[in-house]
Design a protein around this ligand. Structure first.
Ligand code: SF4
Length: 321
């Protein structure tokens, strides 16, 4: 369904009184992955690693600097306005902050009818009825249509965001930190709702989050990002059972264990994430990698396939597992 090749997004940094471009933030560099119908890929990494930028670039909410994004064979990056409008029926996004993403001056009914209005689908009565049905489908009362977003809790607002995302029966939804701002108990309700909808509608999901435990629960495959690049991909079970990249190993070691008596060696990453304006040479992770060798500073590792469905970008992964 989706084929991403070499996706790159650099944001210009401007300075001086003439606001000249003085550099670029390398938010996303050369990211590639595939996604099948009904499949979920999890994008994980620390804040600022570029995972949200990937999600937004797929929908052209950020214009990609380079690369190809093929959705059902059509390249999104070269689409004109009319084609993009059509595409938005097939690809939707759920954002982290449901309060920011819902228009506070509109009733929930108006918010849910808007996708149908934009795409000129149905009559006024039909749109009203569909809005009520959408609310029911996400576990809210149809009577909620006459209320405003601020009258709802965070979890309820996210349900409204989901209702809006599924209104046009999309094929793919980008969930950009969709549950990160919610309490743990509410998180699981929203995740279960998303999984139910996925089964029912054969939806593909791109699940972006920094919480690896959550991502493992929902994803078929996982791509780990560091400083704008994918450093490892594998099935969810594989990556948790035997992480190959030193960064993935550190992330996995930081997941709390449900058993407080269980022991696990935590790998603590030292130092901050380097600036994406001037990323390190060679392997971008070398400034924090406990296995870094001299040539890691010079030689950039490529994302090489290590077995079916798994790839890693590290020169020395074989000696580390
Ligand atoms: Fe660490 Fe070198 Fe592997 Fe990069 S290439 S992750 S610095 S061992």
């Amino acid at each position: 369904m989706l084929r991403v090749r070499g996706l790159t997004k650099h944001f210009p940094v401007r300075g001086g009184i003439f606001l000249r471009t003085t550099g670029h933030v390398h938010a996303v560099d050369d990211v590639s992955f595939d996604l099948d119908v009904g499949e979920t890929i999890g994008l994980v990494g620390e804040s600022g690693c570029g995972k949200s930028t990937v999600g937004k670039a797929l929908l052209r909410l950020h214009e990609p600097t380079a690369g190809e994004v093929l959705f059902e064979g059509r390249d999104i990056t070269t689409m004109g306005r009319a084609e993009l409008r059509q595409l938005r029926r097939d690809i939707q996004i759920i954002l982290q902050d449901p309060f920011e993403s819902l228009n506070a001056r509109h009733t929930v009914g108006k918010i849910l009818e808007e996708p149908f209005v934009i795409h000129r689908i149905g009559t006024t009565q039909e749109r009203r009825r569909w809005a009520g049905e959408l609310l029911e489908r996400v576990g809210l009362s149809p009577a909620a249509a006459s209320r405003f977003p601020h009258e709802f809790s965070g979890g309820q607002r996210q349900r409204i965001g989901i209702a809006r995302a599924i209104a046009l029966r999309p094929k793919l939804i980008v969930c950009d930190e969709a549950v990160s701002a919610l309490d743990v108990s509410i998180q699981s309700q929203i995740i279960n709702l998303l999984l139910d909808l996925q089964r029912e509608m054969h939806l593909a999901l791109i699940f972006i989050a920094h919480d690896l435990a959550v991502v493992k629960h929902v994803s078929d495959r996982i791509a780990v990002m560091y400083l704008g690049e994918v450093v490892e991909t594998a099935t969810a079970n594989d990556i948790y059972a035997s992480p190959r990249h030193p960064y993935t190993q550190a992330l996995i070691s930081a997941i709390p264990l449900p058993d407080p008596t269980a022991d696990r060696d935590r790998i603590v990453l030292v130092g901050d994430v380097p600036s994406p304006i001037d990323p390190p040479t060679g392997c971008r992770f070398h400034t924090r990698c406990r296995h870094a060798r001299e040539d890691c500073r010079q030689r950039k590792p490529t994302l090489d396939r290590v077995r079916d469905g798994a790839s890693v970008a590290c020169h020395y992964w074989r000696g580390l597992s």
